[in-house]
Design a protein around this ligand. Structure first.
Ligand SMILES: [Mn+2]
Length: 415
């Protein structure tokens, strides 16, 4: 059947739509003259949604009243009144606006007793959402124990956006210059280049917020910790949908991963990637080097694929993968390969977060709903589904046996 006219303007998140519809607004037409203050209170309705609705109503000749108040109300509910201004228009900015952009005076955030300076707090980092650098810093404060659980003592690559998402992206391995002496680092060896680098290894939430001051949006930790930088303590299962695979396919493959882990007596901790995939992390005893962890991951991936071959692949060469399949990417366990941490924001226009969840949420979780605006409340309400991840570490022995079995039929892929 052909599409009917969409009752909502583009870019209204599914969660906001559901809330609006549950509140009796079946489409934009219902909102003409509606009290925006009430709408701002609905779950999942943030400033970007309000901006879009207000713009569309204005264009339709039925402008709202009270929009600015609604926006302020939403901000103060989030505990940050006045940290950004209602632009009065669509979140987009012209280059002349950018030049005039008032980035604000530096603010000092108290982070567990340490004062961390944030300069240019009002610089817009997420133009489509209107979220600023200070919003990013406050996001990480709100999920502090969670992001630290993902980063603590791990060498961490930073994805920096000095001019926000509209500008250049910087992949930063070495600690940025000008770091205060309290910021901890780990020295790493890169055998391929025979070089050494000191990487940030956060020990406190203040270290994380300092990285935001250095314009970091995404945190990509290694799967090792300071105690032994050659032996991973984390095995990472990375489910990457190929272009024609759906999130339903990802869910199905994740379900098989869980089943296989259960059979092994291993607890895996799932999270959204913040993009279109899922990750499952497993604590392991740091007794194996990268190559062995990668080989064990390949053995596991091969077992998963053998159980759901219509939806999953472990094919090494991208061109040989079925575009409808989910790639079980064992290679993320190789040295110097990193994934976005649990609770890391992603440098994507919609501001999604790599969000931990419980296995019983697998059928319902919608990665697009989990953003800078929604995850803090989720964290405050349900806590961290990965809270117990450090309590037990597992061994890779059975997976290495599986790898040996699969190697009888398949060449182990080159590193
Ligand atoms: Mn991935």
């Amino acid at each position: 059947m052909a599409d009917t006219t969409d009752p909502w303007p583009d870019g209204i998140p599914a969660r906001a739509r559901r809330s609006l519809e549950a509140a009796g607004y079946t489409g934009l037409g219902d909102l003409a003259g509606a009290p925006m203050l009430e709408i701002a209170d609905l779950e999942g309705v943030g400033p970007a949604t309000i901006t879009r609705l207000a713009d569309a109503l204005e264009a339709a000749g039925t402008p709202l009243t009270g929009t600015e108040e609604a926006f302020r109300h939403w901000r103060s509910q989030q505990g940050r009144p006045g940290s950004a201004k209602w632009s009065g228009g669509s979140g987009r900015r012209s280059s002349s606006d950018r030049k005039k952009e008032d980035v604000g005076q530096p603010v000092h955030l108290d982070v567990d007793g340490r004062s961390v300076r944030v300069s240019s707090p009002n610089r817009v980092y997420f133009p489509e959402r209107g979220w600023t650098k200070l919003d990013v810093a406050r996001y990480y404060l709100a999920v502090g124990p969670g992001i630290l659980r993902g980063l603590r003592d791990r060498p961490t690559m930073l994805h920096r956006f000095p001019d926000g998402l509209a500008g250049e992206k910087v992949y930063q391995k070495r600690l940025p210059k000008g770091a205060p002496d309290w910021v901890p680092t780990i020295r790493l060896h890169f055998p391929r280049f025979d070089q050494y680098a000191d990487e940030l290894a956060p020990a406190t939430v203040a270290d994380v917020v300092w990285a935001v001051q250095m314009s970091t949006v995404e945190f990509h930790p290694w799967n090792v910790r300071a105690a032994d930088v050659d032996r991973p303590d984390e095995w990472r299962i990375d489910l990457d949908p190929m272009p024609e695979a759906t999130f339903e396919d990802v869910r199905a493959v994740a379900g098989v991963c869980r089943e296989v882990l259960d059979e092994l007596g291993i607890t895996g901790y799932p999270k959204t990637s913040g993009g279109s995939g899922l990750h499952v992390y497993v604590r392991i005893r740091p007794e194996w080097e990268f190559a062995d962890v990668r080989r064990a991951a390949w053995g596991f991936a091969s077992e998963v694929v053998s159980r759901i071959p219509q939806r999953a692949t472990v094919e090494w060469w991208r061109k040989d993968r079925d575009p409808r399949h989910v790639f079980v990417d064992f290679n993320q366990n190789a040295r110097d390969h990193t994934l976005a941490a649990a609770y890391s924001l992603r440098g994507l226009p919609q501001g999604t977060v790599s969000t931990p969840f419980a296995w019983d949420e697998l059928d319902d979780i919608d990665p697009q709903d989990l953003t800078l605006a929604t995850v803090p409340e989720r964290f405050a309400t349900i806590g961290d589904p990965h809270e117990a991840i450090d309590e037990q570490a597992f061994g890779l022995e059975p997976l290495l046996e599986w790898a040996e079995r699969f190697e009888q039929d398949a060449e182990p892929p080159p590193e």
